[in-house]
Design a protein around this ligand. Sequence first.
Ligand code: NAD
Length: 260
Amino acid sequence: MNRFTDKVAVVTGGAQGLGEAFATRFAAEGACVAIVDLQCDKCEKVAAQVRERYCVQTLAVDASVADPEAVQGVVARVMAHFGRIDIWVNNAGLYRGTAMEDISMQEWQMMIDVNYTGVFVCTKAVAPVMKRQNHGRIINMSSIAGRTGFKNSLAYCSNKAAVIGLTRASAMDLAPYGVTVNAVCPGTIMTDMVARVDAEICQHEGWPLGTHIKNKMESIPVRRLGTVEDVAGVVAFLASDDSAFVTGQAIEVDGGELLI
Ligand code: NAD
């Protein structure tokens, strides 16, 4: 299925994990893809792999989503290269598992800057382009952590809840211009981020490495962790014409984890 032929997709945090899977999925369905990340080498590598495998144009851009000037530069570069932006996935994110009493103001601010302000900065920068086109799809990566509370995750849970608010409000602002804005709330998806969470929790609890992941697998109703492809399928739907009447939603992709 080539739902994204002639479309241009931008994925932030696309150098690995979920973002890499989104970039790959868009390219597999015909889109030109720009990958934005702080990890320059990895970003270039993913862009080259995707270009060779799917014969689409790609662009790797080294920028932080938390830097408004850099993000304006990303939009300008993508427009100069491809001439339009149809899909923008706000995926770049950070997790730190820190007890409330140990969260420094520096860590708190850094989490807000990337996980929350980064989504605002990118949305504000790309919105004029999509409004002019009278078409666009913005997809924000929230989390089930934005729907509930997790231990030692005060900053992360609040940032991800805030992303849902931002999604609803920007959906209202952009709806008259043919631009939809939706959030995706993944559950536990096997990426480096989850491997790091496992390591932190196991160290904190004095458990052998992998115990947190094993416990999760046993408690999630579908009895497995999510794969990056599980989430990429939903993101691709939200980026496609099939979701034209869906906006301001936060969709859980969690194997039922929030049901427990
Ligand atoms: P990851 O750590 O594997 O990848 C995150 C990417 O974001 C990295 O490539 C990193 O370099 C990039 N990044 C970080 N700060 C950046 C910045 N300031 N500017 C640009 N790029 C930056 O994480 P992942 O598991 O692939 O998660 C991707 C997104 O999905 C995150 O927003 C995360 O919070 C969310 N999420 C993940 C899970 C999960 O289980 N993995 C669950 C729910 C939500």
